[in-house]
Ligand binder design. Sequence first.
Ligand code: FES
Length: 160
Amino acid sequence: MAGMSRRTFLSRATASIVGGIGALMGIPTVAYLISPAKARGGLGVEAIPLGPTNKVPIGEPTLFKATIERKTGWVTQAEELAFYVFTEDGRNFTALSNVCTHLGCRVRWVGNEKQFFCPCHNAVFTETGKVVSGPPPRALDQYELSVEGDQLFVVGKVEA
Ligand code: FES
């Protein structure tokens, strides 16, 4: 404090306190903003049970629906998810989200054309989820599956 006026000391002390309070308030805000981005890489839950493998005919994507519960703070919300599961050999399975990567409408499988169709803006995807036409910026999201016994489980999202 030697050589520093009382006014300078008080203004620096005030600035330090205000800066400290701002930093403390900013930490939860930054954590809140970052956490959804981190959760995006995974499912946010351990595994999602879908159903038996014998529900999936060879060469025909089959829609499975599941409900999961997500906890945000003290709030628990049920979320409906749906996946198209595909197999070419009855042993190896892949899953695609049914959510269009343009604006989030639900795509549906058009069996006689062997492609997914989004009715909102007429987008078309291949059976592996690649964009054929329309405005979607990327392929349908793909998910990892595991098979336990004869049951299918979604265990993670495949990063593009
Ligand atoms: S939401 Fe699917 S094409 Fe726009």
